[in-house]
Design a binder for this molecule. Structure first.
Ligand code: MV4
Length: 448
């Protein structure tokens, strides 16, 4: 096991990793930018090193500075968290060349699953259902029209270097497709430095269901069942839950087994998420792999009882996972609400600023993962997440009731947060009846 680990991240996920390390008896080195100097969670690390000014590009994203901090801090490994450098295969490669452990997949596995087009090829090889579409990058408008006519309109154009909804465009017919292909390609080149576009049949009003996987360096890959992340707004997840409320057991099992096959085909280890969309007839289609620990990982931890961050650290240290798939039986129902410093009444405009007072909820079945404290100033430079409220109860109905109780108990004074929209969603009949798809929030709830 490592003696000392650097956490190349900030905020709630940095605190989450520090907690896991402390329980493993591993020392921690935190990094911070000038904007995070003095943040209370940094005091929980054994050492904290400044890596630069507020701007991410000059601090948290500076590979040279993170590696320097790792050398100064005399660490054996780095945990990247999520976002920032967590899916940067060059960073994972630099760690390896500096003989510093990277707590995540190998650079090769990260690239195999990270490029959307190569991931689709892996999925086909692993017998994982993919959305009917092009067999790779579309080379011309003519090819786009030919493929679209084969699979049927509407179709969706996607950037192979994109992800998370960036660079997607729907086309309803030949004429629209020609111009959409031009624009999507130009946008992809501008946004990702790669104009590669592929094409899929557009699945109307899908649900977003993802499978948590966990592999070690001895060829073992396990799944921790699914999370339903359909409650989103503009590809920003608001609420995640497990299990997925309206998915037949057979479908859940087939998705989970498909995800494990894909990970094994990719020789993937550490934590990862295989993302699917599910149509109205419960058909599921592979979309992409997220080669990192995700914001919503606590939902899976609560229903399975497995600490995913500790498992990642153990795997990176070469340990074999002490798990058996048959013994990973989800228990109860977990729901997570992302508490962001945003104003839902003003198109979720970020609202950084000083938290005059914060009182966290507690009680039976309530988990509050947050770095925020009274007097903490939410900086404007990074994502607006200030904490995750996660509840775990025997049934979904009870979990919803506990979440409503905990949201009403949570006090955050001095800044606006997304608490009101969560209360509105949790008391909405469509959410209660689990009739939410990925378009519902924008189509119905925010249409007013
Ligand atoms: C799709 C789709 C419909 N049809 N692919 C959005 C980003 C990435 N996660 C994949 N996404 C989608 N891919 C086909 N062929 C609809 C979405 C989608 C979506 C998917 C999951 C979660 C939220 C979403 C919101 C809008 C669109």
């Amino acid at each position: 096991m490592f003696k000392r680990i650097l956490i190349a991240n900030r905020g709630e996920i940095a605190l989450r990793v520090i907690r896991a390390c402390r329980e493993l008896g591993v020392e921690t080195v935190a990094i911070f930018s000038e904007a995070d100097r003095g943040a209370p969670y940094l005091e929980l690390a054994d050492e904290a090193i400044c890596v630069g000014p507020a701007k991410s590009a000059d601090s948290y994203l500076r590979i040279d500075r993170v590696i320097s901090a790792a050398e100064i801090g005399n660490v054996q490994a780095i945990h990247p968290g999520y976002g920032f450098l967590s899916e940067n295969s060059h960073f994972a490669e630099v760690c390896r060349s500096c003989d510093i452990g990277f707590i995540g997949p190998t650079p090769e596995a990260m690239e195999r699953v990270g490029d959307k087009n190569s991931a689709r090829a892996l999925a086909r090889e692993a017998g994982v259902p993919t959305v009917p579409g092009s067999d790779g990058i579309i080379a011309s408008e003519q090819e786009a029209v030919r493929v679209a006519r084969e699979i049927g309109f509407p179709v969706l154009l996607k950037a192979t270097a994109g992800g998370g909804g960036k660079g997607m465009r729907v086309a309803a017919n030949d004429l629209a497709l020609a111009s959409a292909w031009q624009q999507a390609s130009a946008e992809a080149q501008a946004a990702f430095g790669n104009p590669g576009i592929y094409l899929e049949k557009y699945i109307e009003r899908p649900r977003h269901v993802e499978i948590q996987i966990l592999g070690d360096q001895h060829g073992n890959v396990f799944h921790l069942w699914e999370r339903d992340c359909s409650t989103q707004r503009r590809h920003q997840k608001l609420i995640e839950e497990s299990p997925s409320a309206r998915l037949p057991q057979a479908t859940r099992r087939k998705m989970a087994e498909a995800a494990v096959r894909l990970a094994k085909t990719a020789t993937y280890f550490s934590a990862g998420t295989v993302e699917f969309i599910v149509d109205q007839e419960d058909n599921f289609y592979f979309i992409e792999v997220n080669a990192r620990i995700q914001v919503e990982h606590p939902v899976s931890e609560l229903v399975t009882g497995i600490d995913l961050v500790k498992a990642q650290i153990r795997v990176a240290a070469g340990e074999k996972l002490d798990l058996e798939q048959e013994r990973i039986v989800p228990r109860g129902h977990a729901i997570e609400c992302r508490i962001n410093a945003e104003d839902p009444a003003a198109t979720f405009r970020p609202c950084p600023g000083r938290i005059e007072r914060i009182i966290a909820p507690g009680g039976f079945g309530v988990r509050w993962d947050s770095h925020a404290t009274t007097g903490y100033t939410v900086p404007p430079h990074y994502d607006s997440l200030i904490g995750k409220l996660i509840v775990h109860q025997p049934t979904r109905k009870e979990a919803i009731a506990t979440m409503i109780r905990a949201l009403k108990e949570l006090r955050v004074e001095g800044i606006k947060t997304t608490v009101p929209i969560h209360l509105e969603i949790l008391q909405n009949s469509a959410f209660h009846d689990a009739r939410i798809d990925t378009t519902y929030i924008e189509r119905v709830l925010l249409a007013t």
